[in-house]
Write a protein that binds this ligand. Structure first.
Ligand code: ADP
Ligand code: MG
Length: 693
């Protein structure tokens, strides 16, 4: 049904394309262009409206923008620049004369006396009153112009590749593409949403007739791309929703613990608990994502709901990404259970890699016999030797650190295990949808009452002293703090690192107080010891790497200094900042910038200073860095979209998901048969999905 071109496009090596060859194939590979399909979907990063041809006298008014003029070369002479002679081309549009200095030093082929040219560049009045053009390109009159008289694409470049060359390569290929490509967007969708055809859209993306047409083309392609993504996602990752038997009878323990907490849950916390409760008592296996900004109080929600299975004789597993966090949860749960005098019914245990063999054996036995109700732990819980008597509920904290196969491993340890994921990385709604499309979502938006918030400021390197002295003053008031570093140590001695600064700061600022280092390379038992002493107030300041990023909860810590803040992601900074201002005292966060402060850094850092809403920050972060990086390298399931933007095009993603779900439900076989190339394309997209583990 399809011709060879249509199929080959995804496989055919770019080096066989006209004008490419080995040299350019190599250069293009730096931009991840390996096949024809990659080349034609290498979309412009921007467009320039060069539909109007101006007079030089008009062009000079557009100082900051490129303009196109039509001129004749009337003289070619020289000028001196940095002691070197360079060509100076003099042109005229009949009314005005203009100089075109060639800083590159060599007169470009195609420029000669009496030649008529369309010249694109910025026009300025030079020092001696003469008009000068900073030329970026020129072209002889042509009925198929590439650089003037139309909306011109601006591609992202790399060394050895010019706009002109790339444009030519792409247009060459597009001519063949337009004639031979037979693939189109699945018809039913194309009709329903009045999308442009695949081929027309691609053509339009590179050489748009108008900005409206460009927009339409883009939306059509985004829809198509997201549809592919949802196809992969839904046909592979969708967990089977299982029907479970009714297994729980009451939630007395939950109510009892709730009333003994010493604080009132927020409305959002209560709402979330109700949502989870309903799921637990329903006949369908729960798959729920619990989202809430840092400090919103997710842990207590999860814990309260974990009491429901316990009370009916079932078991709950509570998985945390780090040992520190697992321990923290363990102690919190123990305390809460004790306060409610429920120690006889609710037995909480912990399993991490530092639990020794004897203890472990004993614990595993208790677990098998059902004498432990809630098992808190790290990855250690996933080992085969960990066997539950009747696991029915699994809670995973900071879920973005775990992969899908780990999830499945955990779920296989019981029957129809209800599943709750928690994340403090505020995932924008659109992204949550793409990632966890099959999950129900609970969101805790409001913060517990009485939080004073965090004052955030950025400081430059020369202001560090002030920051350290400020921290000292807070400690003297009885508070605690953190100093976070991007690196533990570095061979480059000019670099500010955890170990180098610890000694210095101890000597200069904190000579009379207890301070400690904590980082991920330390043994768990050491970390535990330090965290305990920090939590009970013995240690005043933790010098750390991002190990404190996740979930650490010490309400007496008010101040955090983040060294080299420009090296962290925005969401990460927000997480780090969330370590302070968790009690009734105002928090302080100083972002210390090590690099020279430029506009890009300023823009990013200002977002943190001005925004406290983790969701907004996450969206910005995603916008600035792209999805792959936003989620960290271990995140899984998101491909490198060629055109779609999961933040900006969230609405399209939602539609694509609904449509694909329908398609797969109502006639999967037929759809697959009719859309052979769509499937092929989806496979191609799949290859760019970051694999978990
Ligand atoms: P996160 O959502 O970031 O995981 P935690 O669950 O660690 O936040 O909660 C942060 C702190 O707020 C904890 O010390 C917790 O005991 C406290 N907390 C939770 N809910 C409330 C509430 N409703 N009122 C007061 N404090 C609360
Ligand atoms: Mg937490």
């Amino acid at each position: 049904m399809y011709n060879n071109y249509t199929k080959d496009i995804f496989q055919k090596d770019i080096k066989y394309c006209k004008g490419v060859g080995l040299r350019y194939a190599d250069i293009l590979s730096k931009k991840n262009i390996f096949t024809i399909y990659d080349l034609i979907t290498f979309f412009p990063r921007d467009y320039e409206d060069r539909t109007k041809i101006l007079k030089i006298s008009e062009a000079i008014k557009n100082e900051y923008k490129n303009s196109v003029v039509f001129v004749e070369v009337i003289d070619i002479s020289n000028f001196t620049f940095q002691f070197k002679k360079k060509p100076l081309v003099i042109v005229s549009d009949g009314a005005t004369i203009c100089e075109v200095p060639i800083y590159g030093g060599r007169l470009p082929a195609g420029i000669s006396l009496r030649e008529k040219l369309y010249l694109t560049g910025k026009f300025v009045r030079g020092t001696r009153g003469k008009i000068q053009c900073r030329m970026i390109e020129f072209e002889k009159p042509s009925s198929n112009s590439l650089s003037y008289g139309k909306i011109v694409p601006i591609y992202p470049l790399t060394e050895g590749l010019s706009q002109k060359k790339l444009r030519t390569l792409i247009i060459n290929e597009l001519i063949t593409f337009e004639k031979n490509m037979k693939y189109d967007i699945p018809l039913i969708i194309k009709k329903k949403y009045r999308l442009k055809s695949f081929v027309d859209s691609i053509m339009e993306m590179h050489f748009p007739k108008s900005f409206e047409a460009l927009n339409e083309a883009r939306e059509s392609l985004v829809f198509e791309e997201f549809l592919s993504f949802q196809y992969i996602h839904l046909s592979e990752r969708r967990p089977n929703i299982l029907i479970k038997e009714k297994r729980y009878n009451s939630c007395n323990a939950l109510e009892k613990v709730k009333s003994s907490l010493g604080f009132k849950l927020t409305a959002d916390q209560n709402k979330t608990i109700e949502e989870i409760k309903e799921d637990l008592f329903s006949e369908k296996q729960m798959f729920r994502l619990l989202q809430g900004d840092v400090g919103a109080g997710k842990t207590i929600v999860a814990f309260l709901t974990a009491l429901i299975p316990c009370e009916s004789g079932f078991q709950t597993a509570f998985l945390a990404p780090t040992e520190i966090l697992a321990l923290q949860h363990f102690y919190t749960f123990k305390r809460i259970v004790r306060n409610a005098s429920l120690e006889d019914i609710i037995k909480v245990d912990i399993l991490t890699s530092s639990v020794n063999q004897n203890e472990r054996n004993y614990l595993l036995k208790r677990l098998r016999e059902g004498r432990c109700n809630i098992l808190v732990g790290t990855h250690s819980i996933l080992y085969d030797e960990v066997v539950f008597k009747n696991l029915s509920y699994a809670i995973v904290d900071e879920q973005h650190r775990f992969g899908v196969s780990q999830r499945n491993k955990l779920l296989s340890k019981g029957n129809n295990v209800d599943y709750l994921l928690m994340t403090a990385t505020p995932i924008p709604q659109s992204l949550a949808l793409t990632l966890f499309g099959e999950l129900d979502l609970s969101v805790i938006k409001s913060m517990p009452a009485g939080r004073k918030g965090v004052l955030t400021k950025y400081k430059e390197l020369y202001e560090r002293d002030h920051c350290y002295r400020f921290l000292r003053s807070r400690i003297l008031k009885g508070e605690q703090g953190y100093i976070v570093f991007p690196l533990i140590e570095n061979t480059d001695s000019n670099f500010i690192t955890l170990t180098s600064e610890f000694e210095r700061a101890k000597k200069d600022y904190f000579y009379d107080m207890e301070i400690e280092i904590i980082h991920g390379k330390m043994k768990d038992i050491e970390k535990e010891y330090i965290m305990n002493r920090f939590n009970n107030g013995e240690i005043k300041i933790l010098f750390s790497t991002t190990v404190i990023e996740v979930g650490i909860d010490n309400p007496n810590a008010t101040t955090i200094l983040i060294e080299g803040a420009e090296r962290f992601g925005l969401s990460q900074l927000h997480q780090l900042r969330g370590r302070v201002g968790r009690g009734e005292k105002l928090g302080y966060c100083y972002l210390i910038i090590h690099s020279e402060l430029n506009d890009i850094i300023k823009e990013r850092i200002n977002i943190i200073c001005e925004t406290t809403d983790g969701f907004k920050i996450a969206e910005k972060d995603l916008e600035l860095r792209g999805s792959g990086e936003f989620l960290g390298e271990r995140q899984s399931g998101i491909p490198d979209f060629k055109i779609g933007n999961i933040v900006k095009d969230g609405e399209i993603m939602r539609k694509a998901k609904d449509e694909m779900r329908e398609l797969l439900k109502s006639g999967k076989e037929e759809f697959l048969k009719e859309n052979e190339i769509f499937i092929l394309k989806a496979d191609y997209l799949k290859k760019s999905i970051i694999k978990d583990e």
